[in-house]
Design a protein around this ligand. Structure first.
Ligand SMILES: O=c1ccn([C@H]2C[C@H](O)[C@@H](CO)O2)c(=O)[nH]1
Ligand SMILES: [Zn+2]
Length: 128
């Protein structure tokens, strides 16, 4: 888990966040043991901003991985994934382990996506 937090911490430094100055790094561990990292990417058209968690997830998916074990999220104050990221991740791994840490490496929470995002809308929700 330290390796996952380190990857998120490193990715955070690549964030493009000139509007909020709030840098976020995320690192996703696949079931095959690979780590995909992401950072937030803001835009002058603010609503186009991409969260670090979804950047990491998109990178893993694009590289052929859809099974995940854990996600580390690092920010200056140990913030949690937003609702959109929770929904995005729920599609693939509802019981994903989520580790929240700050830039000093202090872990403030080890939880699961299902705990953070109960009663999710999921692929099953589309069944008649
Ligand atoms: O789950 C989240 C929530 C916010 N941010 C980013 C988006 C924006 O650039 C900055 C402030 O909202 O934090 C993330 O990367 N992940
Ligand atoms: Zn988000």
């Amino acid at each position: 888990m330290r390796e996952l937090i380190a990857a998120a911490t490193e990715a955070r430094l690549r964030a493009y966040a000139p509007y909020s100055d709030f840098l976020v790094g995320a690192a996703l561990l696949t079931s095959s043991g690979k780590i995909y990292a992401g950072c937030n990417i803001e835009n002058s058209s603010y609503s186009l901003t991409c969260c670090a968690e979804r950047v990491a997830t998109a990178s893993a998916i694009a590289d052929g991985h859809q099974n995940f074990e854990a996600l580390a999220v690092v920010s200056v104050n140990g913030s949690y994934p937003c609702g959109a990221c929770r929904q995005f991740l729920n599609e693939f791994t509802p019981d994903l382990l989520i580790i929240i840490a700050d830039t000093h490496g202090k872990i403030s929470a080890e939880t699961t996506l299902s705990a953070l995002y109960p009663s999710a809308f999921s692929p099953d929700s589309l069944e008649p």
